[in-house]
Ligand binder design. Structure first.
Ligand SMILES: N[C@](CCCC[B-](O)(O)O)(CCN1CCCCC1)C(=O)O
Ligand SMILES: [Mn+2]
Ligand SMILES: [Mn+2]
Ligand SMILES: [Mn+2]
Length: 305
């Protein structure tokens, strides 16, 4: 079947410059070619063009709310279009605030979707709990119906309303969760597997329980939102919020292979790649070839043994 590649060169969900170059860096490392070599029909939709809104005052301590909201409204339409056209969509970020538009657009086509969030962070702060105000740490809070009564009206987001149930979300890779986020995770009973859980259970068991939790009742489309800071910084240093003690290369491969093997992957976000950060040129290059391999999985012919 066919794959749509959609670039979202956007950085205003956080304060560090450079993550807007993520899509180009991933493309330059050969994503489209590698997908084509795996006999996928690849439709490269190119990069979205985001407008920086002139008047965009902070909302509380949240920077660029209208710019971020507008970007996600645009992205939502693009992802909805790609999925509606029958493609599996790969969205290249850009910072993780883009998951708001990506998941919302996906849900327009697939209201019964489930969400697997691979990340060092929970990204579930509300504007009231966020220590930084940065919207890339609040994405999930905008999606969840269960948090509706805890969310203020943020300017720029009136185009959407929360649609996801807490039971339809699983986290993998958590190791830097803020106090307010921890309270939300516990209160909503959200299923998560921290790095400590992975240490104890092993990645095979984590994936078994994750896919059982999400798919046992019924098979449905999977949205995989993959923040590359889920990886250990030794593997993926070129990212804005690195945290030690992350996923190994093999764990990353296993997570994506198990999701691939369900045949239910419908949209994947690859976000927080910042080629201007924390890396030497060779590290940047290995970063992206690693990401390529993880995102696409090894040559599928290996599976057909
Ligand atoms: N939870 C943080 C980081 C969010 C990262 C967003 B992601 O996952 O898309 O990269 C704050 C993290 N923490 C704050 C106190 C000092 C240490 C970092 C926040 O700013 O909300
Ligand atoms: Mn994230
Ligand atoms: Mn993160
Ligand atoms: Mn990050």
């Amino acid at each position: 079947h066919s794959v749509a590649v959609l670039g979202a060169p956007f950085s205003k969900g956080q304060k560090r410059r450079g993550v807007e170059h993520g899509p180009k860096a991933i493309r330059d490392a050969g994503l489209v070619e590698r997908l084509s070599n795996l006999d996928y029909a690849v439709h490269d939709f190119g990069d979205l063009t985001f407008k920086h809104l002139e008047k965009d005052e902070h909302f509380m301590h949240v920077p660029f709310p209208r710019t971020v909201g507008r970007a996600n409204q645009l992205l939502s339409g693009a992802v909805s279009g790609a999925v509606g056209a029958g493609h599996t969509c790969i969205m290249l970020g850009g910072d993780h605030s883009l998951a708001i538009g990506s998941v919302e657009g996906h849900a327009q086509q697939c209201p019964d979707l489930c969400l697997i969030w691979v990340d060092a962070h929970a990204d579930i702060n509300t504007p009231l709990t966020s220590p930084s105000g940065n919207l890339h740490g609040q994405s999930v809070a905008f999606l969840l119906k269960d948090l509706q009564n805890k969310m203020p009206e943020v300017p720029g987001f009136s185009w959407m309303k929360p649609f996801l149930s807490a039971r339809d979300l699983v986290y993998i890779g958590l190791r830097d969760v803020d106090p307010g986020e921890h309270i939300i995770l516990k209160t909503l009973g959200i299923q998560y597997f921290s790095m400590r859980d992975i240490d104890r259970m092993g990645i095979q068991r984590v994936m078994e329980v994750t896919l059982d939790h999400l798919l046992a009742r019924k098979q449905r489309p999977i949205h995989l939102s993959f923040d590359i800071d889920a990886f250990d910084p030794s593997l993926a240093p070129a990212t804005g919020t690195p945290v030690n003690g992350g996923l190994t290369y093999r764990e990353g491969i296993y997570v994506t292979e198990e999701i691939h093997n369900t045949g239910l992957l419908s949209v994947m976000d690859v976000v927080e790649v910042n080629p201007t950060l924390g890396a030497t040129p060779e590290a940047v290059d290995s970063d992206f070839s690693n990401i390529q391999h993880i995102v696409i999985g090894p040559d599928t012919r290996e599976h057909q043994k």
